[in-house]
Design a protein. Structure first.
Lengths: 241, 201
């Protein structure tokens, strides 16, 4: 066992995350190894220090402020944390991304998004630590939801909408609709080169869309958003017409 | 939460009384600004309030609440206009609201100097950790959440949480050891960290 893995084991031990059997084995090692014992003590001391950190007392008026926001209705309630830019666009963005990717897939079935492959091959946690900050923001925004119920479930909801979009785009999409999107998709094409249909199909499943780590290029994001705008415009025009 | 969903308004107060403080504590450490943390606590509970008609008890209430708080904090940390968290907790924030107090300002006088020094170092090092590590170690060490609960909150795997917690703890230990070494070399805790680094060089 390397020092690194022993430390990781000690860390899990402190957190009570080892099985009884592994904990007993580690205990025995610690008892007979002064160096290991010292390392464990240091880790425990750090834990103690963390627990000793104090914070501000709960402001007496915080509950009253919350109540005012509750009574102020949904609009007043979301103003103070820039939700208009950081929270509310998650769902439309997810829908735009989904619609755009699917449209691209339909038009370029033999293409390959590098990001999609990354998403397929790389654990989400690792990807999320390496992607650009701007992209991370997008991931977080989509993770955040108005419907506080459960972020994961909510995103399934978003992806259910996506399924509807798939149906819309695949079954009832008109040539006009695709033509509206074609310019933007041309921009996306280079990023989709080489992916198999299967890879792309999997990427469209919940896991890939879950983290949206597939989108590592802001130009792509903008293109997809532009596509949705164009789609909305077409829809409005059709309504008017 | 189920009582609240069933129409018992006082249950919401109970939830706030029980979890408002710990959530504020957590968010203060994440966004390193008391005023912003208070805003986020309000926002999180506001979302809880609005969700009463849709809530389904698929996770512990606290896990769900921390997930909301975590996502709000991550959004806040990524706002383009936001400055980096203060590495030193006694700096004044831009908005003039008090940041967190130094541990040594609030500990009982009877605490040993070493313990307080260590806590101060850990506090500074915590603020420097990558956010996911900071969140994971806090939820584990302070909130006592299991890796499974943290994984649910951070929307990742237990294995990732184990690694995040370990990396965070290792970084904190390394920082404390480095400072111990600095102290042993004749540097004192009242010396600015940047000065210490320069001297070590």
């Amino acid at each position: 066992m390397t020092d690194e893995s022993i430390d990781q084991e000690l860390s899990a031990f402190i957190d009570g995350e080892l099985t009884a059997e592994r904990a007993a084995a580690l205990n025995a090692r610690v008892a007979s190894d002064p160096e290991l014992k010292a390392r464990l003590s240091t880790l425990e001391a750090v834990n103690e220090s963390l627990r000793s950190l104090t914070s501000s007392a709960m402001p007496a008026d915080l509950r009253a402020r919350l109540q005012r926001r509750i009574e102020g209705g949904p609009e007043a309630a979301t103003q103070s944390i820039d939700s208009e830019t950081s929270m509310e666009w998650g769902k439309p963005l997810a829908a735009a991304l989904a619609a755009g990717l699917i449209a691209a897939w339909l038009l370029f079935p033999a293409s390959n998004p590098e990001g999609v492959q990354v998403a397929l091959e790389t654990p989400a946690a690792r990807v999320s630590e390496t992607i650009t900050e701007a992209t991370t923001e997008t991931v977080t925004d989509v993770a955040e939801n108005d419907t506080v119920h459960d972020a994961g479930v909510d995103r399934v909801g978003v992806n259910s909408d996506t399924t509807n979009n798939i149906a819309t785009n695949t079954q009832t999409n008109t040539a006009t609709n695709i033509a509206t999107n074609i310019d933007a998709i041309d921009d996306i094409e280079p990023m989709l080169e080489g992916a198999s249909d299967g890879e792309l199909a999997i990427a469209f499943e919940l896991e890939a869309l879950r983290d949206l780590d597939v989108i590592q290029d802001l130009d792509l994001l903008e293109a997809l958003l532009a596509m949705e705008d164009a789609e909305a415009q077409t829809h409005n025009d059709e309504k008017r017409g | 939460m189920l009582d609240f969903c069933a129409g018992d308004g006082s249950a919401f107060d109970s939830l706030f009384d029980r979890w408002g403080g710990p959530l504020l504590h957590y968010l203060e450490r994440m966004v390193v600004d008391s005023g912003t943390a208070e805003e986020l606590v309000q926002e999180a509970f506001l979302r809880v309030y609005r969700a009463k008609d849709r809530y389904r008890p698929e996770a512990k209430f606290s896990t769900w609440l921390y997930r909301i708080g975590t996502n709000l904090a991550l959004n806040e940390l990524r706002r383009p206009s936001r400055s980096r968290p203060h590495s030193s907790m006694n700096e004044e924030p831009s908005n003039g609201r008090p940041v967190l107090r130094l541990v040594s300002d609030t500990q009982d006088a009877g605490d040993s100097l070493d313990v307080r020094r260590r806590a101060n170092r850990v506090e500074g090092a915590l603020a420097e950790l990558p956010e996911r590590q900071r969140m994971a170690i806090w939820m584990s060490a302070v909130e006592g959440m299991s890796y499974a609960e943290i994984a649910e909150t951070l929307e990742t795997s237990e294995k990732s949480v184990k690694a995040l917690v370990h990396r965070a703890r290792s970084a904190l230990v390394k920082n404390v050891r480095a400072d111990d070494q600095g102290s042993a070399n004749g540097l004192h805790d009242d010396v600015e960290p940047s000065v210490k680094k320069d001297v070590r060089k």
